[in-house]
Write a protein that binds this ligand. Structure first.
Ligand code: DX5
Ligand code: ZN
Length: 221
């Protein structure tokens, strides 16, 4: 039997923000998802892009959008990204008191629902919620900035989530985000991740499409 296919999601946080449509086109045919980091300068110190940019970019490429909301009050903002045509909308566990309710809202609005766990958050209390989600994103850095060093200690959380997905026969993508590159993707894959976000390793490369092919080969091994 073939190994189940993995997802590679280039993060446009590392692309040229004046040429986002070109950045999307540069990975068409290679990327599975386009990872879009929305930051509000409150949940994290950084500030990136919001709904109007996502709405415009949605019209510029057929690649499914993986929207990663690093924002406060996701109840207010997350459904708009689903309505804008995002394939998956992930919000942070630390930003909401009722993640299951928001997951239901997102699914009703037409997207998959994702839950993100930041570097300093224990995943254990969220394992029982996995059946309500389509993706579980484990941050392998502290959320907020691209170009940080991968933290191998976060892989214990990936292992715990993978065990629960298998025990429950759940259909949940297990995504890692932060410092994923040729020298770290294999460890993340071995721990059980099957979706990989990479910003610097893809858009910092001379040939982003070739960088994706290389990551895919390493992450699938
Ligand atoms: C950071 C973002 C990441 C970021 C990863 O908080 O969530 O998606 O783009 O960037 P790299 O791959 O450079 O670590
Ligand atoms: Zn991200």
């Amino acid at each position: 039997m073939d190994a189940p296919s993995i997802v590679i999601a280039p993060s446009i946080l590392a692309a040229d923000f004046a040429r986002l449509a070109d950045a999307a086109r540069a990975v068409e045919g290679e990327a599975d998802w386009l990872h879009v980091d929305v930051m509000d300068n409150h949940f994290v110190p950084n500030l990136t892009i919001g709904l109007p940019v996502v709405q415009s970019l949605r019209k510029a490429t057929p690649i499914p959008f993986d929207v990663h909301l690093m924002i406060e009050d996701p109840e207010r903002w997350a459904p708009g990204y689903a309505e804008a045509g995002a394939y998956n909308v992930t919000f942070h566990a630390e930003a909401t008191d009722d993640p299951v309710a928001l997951a239901k809202t997102l699914r009703a609005a037409g997207s998959k629902a994702g839950l993100a766990i930041d570097r300093d958050t224990d995943v254990t209390p969220y394992l029982d919620l996995l059946p309500h989600f389509d993706t579980l994103l484990v941050m392998t850095i502290k959320a907020g900035f691209g170009g940080q060093k991968f933290l191998p200690e976060t892989l214990d959380k990936v292992r715990a989530v993978r065990r629960r997905i298998e025990a429950g026969h759940l259909e949940v993508r297990l995504e890692v985000d932060g410092g994923i590159a040729a020298d770290t993707i294999e460890a993340a894959a071995e721990a059980g991740a099957d979706a990989f976000v990479a910003g610097t390793a893809i858009y910092g490369a001379a040939d982003p499409a070739e960088a994706i092919r290389k990551l895919r080969a390493l992450g699938s091994a």
